[in-house]
Design a binder for this molecule. Sequence first.
Ligand SMILES: Cc1ncc(COP(=O)(O)O)c(C=O)c1O
Length: 385
Amino acid sequence: MTHTLEELIPDYIQGLPAYVAGKPVEEVEQELKIHAVKLASNENPLGPSPKAMEAARRMLGDANWYPDGGSKRLREVLAARAGVRAEEVFVGLGSSEIIDLASRVLLRPGLEGITSEGSFALFSIAIRASGGKLILTPQKNYGFDLGAIARAVTPQTRIIYIANPNNPTGTAFGEAEFREFMRKVPGDVLVVLDEAYREYADRKDLPDAMKLFREYNNILTLRTFSKVYGLAGLRIGYGIGHPTLVAEMNKLRTPFNVTSVGQAAALAALDDEEHVRKSVEINRTERKRLYEQLKRMGLQPVASETNFVFVPIGPRAKALCDELLHEGVIVRPLGWMGFPEAMRISVGRAAENTKLLVALEHALARPAGARARSVQTNEFSNRSV
Ligand SMILES: Cc1ncc(COP(=O)(O)O)c(C=O)c1O
């Protein structure tokens, strides 16, 4: 008997949503014949560190050679900075790869992974892609309800994903709350603590995962070079966790997951403290301005610890994102992340934010639907995860 291709693909893979990325600037510019700014994917608007660019350029001449498949030098430097051993560091193709690998190591059909509603979509996708059962807990005040997550743990639970600060809501929890949570979570459940936006947080009491890792070796901390280091296009992230977990993830990754250019750029970016400092400072100033101006327009943005602002809009949210697109401003509609009535605005440079604010104010002043035009929007799917 022959099968169709669909019949050969497991249900848990067929049912997965494809990740919906922010719309690229070039695509919008070509489609609408306008100059556009992208405030949709929480990238660093200042660009990469000049030191990282220089190191990457130099490494290009060696691009005929395979990279160091184990990212040895980068792992050593990251380990020294974090006060851990190199065997406890995993360097990945963005932290996205590590999110996926952690579930692939620990889950299979019959086991469960937990995350919260209203958090980073890849958490849910990773759990489901590994055949595990996805358990979603509700949010509390646009943030993680750690108590609800602890209560959702069963004997089948193997992994929990948490982002602190959270994407897309921008909220964060403090160390005391996290410690209370860790006391409730069994030691044989892995807690993936994704700190992609940590550097942008104003809150001083964020848990220090590197310190907590010494007390709880069931924590896998994730960091990325895609945000404050401005290297999203080079795809490098890292995780710090139990050496056994790191060793198992190493078996599953592709042999040369991180490019030589990426490794060189990451090493140089770590040394460019001035670029990080400037990125955080400009973000802080511009985030405050965005927040205040959005409030002045009568909106209720959620106070953000990140490089983006979550804005509840109401039923008009998606239409408003489309209208902004026509004005050359790409923001993120959040329907597929579970918030059909909100948008997420990445903090850009001052001029980009001003363009957004002017366009938004104009759009809000028009009666709803006044600018309805048929255009492909930056949201391709309504499937929620
Ligand atoms: C919470 C969170 N984790 C991880 C990532 C992915 O980062 P990377 O580029 O390192 O794969 C993102 C990207 O937006 C994110 O928001």
